[in-house]
Design a protein around this ligand. Structure first.
Ligand code: ZN
Length: 351
């Protein structure tokens, strides 16, 4: 399978499919533009996409994925590729000068010279002007720019107008900040669900308490994230850019943070849903008499076996339905916090 046919980080929809087809056909017909702008909701995925596209452009087989050109491009160590990302919080004039130098050299290795610019909205006026010049008069036919942004509306319009723009719907990726908190969520859910389903009356964890505990963890994730954001904004305020640029950066950063916060919230809630679903699947599997190895959480086998007789299949399915319904709401910015109360109350009533 070619690299552009295997984009596991994009959501399967018509828009994405037609984007991918268009890019592939440009490569096949050797009709590649000199400037692209990829916009979408996840910088990590946009970057992977840009690398796959770059590899496909320079690979003799249009993106085989295994040749040395593909391999090195995907690792971003191919000598024809220049990756530029804002140092600290913004792209400076000097970054763009570096790009111009790179693009003016003749190719190092076979194929085109490709410059990938991450977070293209974080550029001051001087840098943007320089880049615009290069986009208007590319040094030669072999130069290609791929700009990436999570916030198309903040990229300077004259730059946008010089690029072929592709919008993508991307899956969210877990980031470092999330990892530890997710482990906590798993731990509390495991203990909490066992206690709701299984403990003797009086010692039971109350469903709404578990719900509160999880919401507190999700809030803590947000708080940690906000501290980082304040520091970033402070750094920009103290920088030596002119007022206009500083205001623009702060606007761009605020918008970036809002987006990431929203993503983090959804990610946390969707993780909670995943774990509960896995629990429910395990109950169904045990109910069907399947062996312990095929459980999502095999350590729970004995616990579930002991309880399973009095657990009703209908009620398990009801909770699964509630979860699936609320999963759909996650993509529509509807508040799903109440769903947790509802789900845990259903657990209490499962027997
Ligand atoms: Zn290849």
């Amino acid at each position: 399978m070619r690299l552009l046919e295997n984009l596991d980080f994009i959501i399967e929809d018509i828009n994405n499919r037609s984007n991918a087809r268009l890019l592939s056909s440009m490569i096949e017909n050797n009709n590649i533009s000199h400037a692209y702008l990829f916009s979408g909701n996840d910088m990590g995925s946009l970057y992977s996409l840009a690398l796959k596209f770059s590899a496909s452009i320079n690979c003799l087989e249009n993106g085989c994925g295994v040749c040395i050109v593909c391999e090195n491009t995907l690792k971003s160590i191919y000598s024809n590729i220049l990756i530029v990302e804002p140092e600290g919080n913004f792209l400076r004039k000097e970054d763009i000068t570096g790009i111009q130098k790179f693009m003016n050299l003749s190719s190092y290795a076979p194929g085109k010279k490709i410059c990938i610019i991450k977070e293209a909205e974080l550029m001051n006026a001087q840098a943007a002007n320089r880049l615009l010049k290069t986009l208007e008069e590319p040094p030669d036919e072999e130069s290609i720019f791929i700009l990436l942004t999570e916030e198309l509306s903040l990229v300077i319009p004259t730059i946008v107008s010089r690029c072929l723009v592709f919008n993508w719907n991307l899956k969210f990726s877990e980031d470092k900040l999330g990892k530890n908190n997710f482990l906590n969520i798993e731990k509390y859910l495991d203990e909490g669900l066992k206690s709701i389903i299984g403990s003797p009356v009086g010692k039971k964890e109350m469903p709404l308490d578990l719900s509160l505990k999880l919401k507190a963890i999700l809030k803590k994730m947000e708080a940690g994230f906000k501290t980082g954001q304040e520091k970033e904004i402070e750094d920009i305020r103290n920088s030596d850019f002119d007022r206009g640029d500083i205001n623009k950066f702060i606007k761009a950063l605020n918008s970036k943070h809002k987006r990431r916060l929203n993503k983090l919230g959804k990610l946390g809630m969707s993780k909670v849903f995943d774990i509960i679903s896995a629990w429910l699947e395990d109950m169904l599997i045990v109910k069907m008499g399947v062996v312990e190895k095929s459980l999502n959480y095999s350590q729970n086998y004995f616990f579930i076996t002991k309880k399973i007789d009095r657990i009703s299949i209908d009620k398990i399915f009801n909770i699964i339905n509630t979860i699936e319904e609320n999963r759909r709401y996650l993509n529509q910015s509807i508040n799903t916090e109440l769903a947790l109360d509802n789900i845990f109350l259903q657990f209490q009533d499962i027997g």
